[in-house]
Design a protein around this ligand. Structure first.
Ligand SMILES: [Zn+2]
Length: 167
């Protein structure tokens, strides 16, 4: 059975503002990302309540291997994702009445019914942000880097400048 649980109880933290706690996790999966390698996602979560309505959450050393397809040569390859640090605030919905749904990039919501937070969306967001513009396997990445080095050696002759312009 795969572990899809990302819920954390934060009642104690909220009852004692300023309290800090930490929990590690490994071999976790999310249905929002379907190409996670069998080792799953691992990382650390540091939580601190800043007031009775807010928990500041820090994801540290997030690691996951994704099974990707190279967009250049169409070979399967594994992309190792490492997120050293990713932070977000979880707030009580009543404290922010204008928020009806999860507002990504700004806040996530605490579930007031059982005083829990679900960090799944936050973890997914942190992983998505590492998505390269073009997926390239190691070999294709090397080819691009070599090409860029060759390009760097070409210097623009000053006398030839000024011929291209914006239209
Ligand atoms: Zn490739």
């Amino acid at each position: 059975m795969k572990d899809y649980g990302f819920k954390i109880k934060v009642a104690d933290l909220l009852h004692n503002p300023g309290t800090k706690d930490e929990v590690s996790f490994e071999k976790k999966f999310t249905k929002q990302i379907d190409n996670i390698w069998i080792e799953g996602i691992k990382g650390r979560v540091i939580l601190q309540s800043t007031d009775p309505n807010t928990v500041h959450v820090i994801l540290k050393d997030l690691e996951v291997v994704l099974e990707e397809v190279c967009e250049v040569c169409w070979k399967d390859y594994q992309r190792k994702v490492e997120v050293p640090l990713y932070e977000a605030d979880f707030v009580m919905p009543a404290f922010h009445p204008d928020i009806t749904e999860k507002v990504h990039d700004e806040y996530f919501l605490i579930n007031p019914k059982d005083m829990t937070i679900d960090i799944e969306d936050m973890v997914v967001q942190a992983i998505w942000l590492t998505m390269p513009f073009v997926l390239r396997c190691e070999e294709c990445q090397k080819n691009v880097e070599n090409l860029l080095e060759i390009w760097d050696e070409f210097e623009v002759d000053e006398s030839e400048g000024g011929r291209v312009k914006f239209i």
